[in-house]
Design a protein around this ligand. Structure first.
Ligand code: PMP
Length: 300
């Protein structure tokens, strides 16, 4: 199977992911003029596909990008990618770029926007995050999250210079993952994940200045269903220092326990009961048909 390592959709054709090529002139590459979304396939079914497609549409609209396909056509492309790769668990990315400028033009209104997509084996921000994997976090000191007045964090984008700088700061400090603050000292997010804390029996996560992660939404829904008090609003790093538990959330790994902050253990340094419970509930939700779009692989 030539598609075993993944499948891509480029210029209207399905190709093995290793053979997918885009133009060097594409402004998604040369200007980060692009939006994207990532949806997971788990055990042969998309998880919350409609929510991801809806967020992708909203991101495109906000950036004034018009992908050449509507939502139903994109869904069909994604299903076909997974089917041809035969992957049962996959990381499926949709991308819309401003595209290639017409010769001699820099007027973005004249560009024909491009659509790309691919499916590759499921990606983990933290190895074994569904069972034993944990994060050692630092609060980034050398970099702040890019201001929301410059780049709207609710639109998925590749303006990741701040997040990547934070990641290297974390490595330099002997940790694995950064948490970035905004200019007012409010907690935001990290490279590819939202951040939660458990403090005074309440689950805290920032309301604004962050991507409205679908995993974050799932965790908030599960917490509410289970009667866990939730507070969605601004808070500073002091609330993280008071926290007895912390975790991060992403489509690429689910609920990922954070066990140290700036080198000090959170709580007793073990994965806490609320985090453990929500991680289990998150993976159990992958069997809840309300969230699933099964892929027909055409197997015998
Ligand atoms: N924040 C940022 C900056 C992200 O890029 C991502 C996902 N890639 C998230 C949060 C988590 O979002 P989701 O749960 O929808 O994957």
């Amino acid at each position: 199977n030539a598609f075993r390592d993944g499948a891509a959709y480029v210029d209207g054709a399905f190709v093995p992911v290793g053979e997918a090529r885009i133009s060097i002139l594409d402004t998604g590459f040369s200007r980060s003029d692009v939006t994207y979304d990532v949806v997971a396939v788990w055990n042969g079914a998309f998880f919350r596909l409609e929510d991801h497609l809806e967020r992708f549409e909203r991101s495109c609209r906000t950036l004034r990008l018009s992908p050449p396909y509507d939502r139903a056509e994109i869904a069909r492309i994604l299903v076909q990618l997974v089917r041809s790769s035969r992957l049962r668990s996959a990381y499926v990315e949709t991308i819309c770029t401003r595209g290639v400028p017409p010769p001699g033009s820099r007027d973005p209104r004249t560009f024909e926007n491009s659509f790309f997509a691919y499916a590759i084996p499921y990606v983990w921000i933290v190895p074994d995050a569904s069972t034993t994997g944990t994060m050692d976090a630092v609060i980034a000191r050398t970099v702040q999250r890019i201001p929301v007045t410059s780049v709207d964090p609710t639109v998925k984008n590749f303006h990741w210079a701040d997040l990547t700088r934070g990641l290297y700061e974390a490595y330099d400090r002997g940790a694995t993952h950064p948490i970035l603050l905004d200019a007012d000292g409010n907690v935001t997010e990290g490279p590819g994940y939202n951040v939660f804390a458990v403090s005074d029996g309440t689950l805290l996560t920032p309301a604004a200045g962050v991507l409205e992660g679908i995993t974050r939404r799932t965790v908030l829904e599960l917490a509410e269903a289970d009667g866990i008090p939730v507070s969605v609003g601004p808070f500073g790093e002091d609330r993280l220092r008071d926290a007895v538990e912390m975790f991060a959330t992403s489509t690429a790994g689910g609920v990922m326990p954070i066990v140290t902050l700036d080198g000090a253990p959170i709580g007793d340094g073990a994965v806490g009961p609320t985090t453990r419970h929500l991680r289990e509930r998150y993976w159990a939700a992958h069997a809840d048909t309300r969230y699933l779009t099964p892929v027909d692989y055409g197997d015998v």
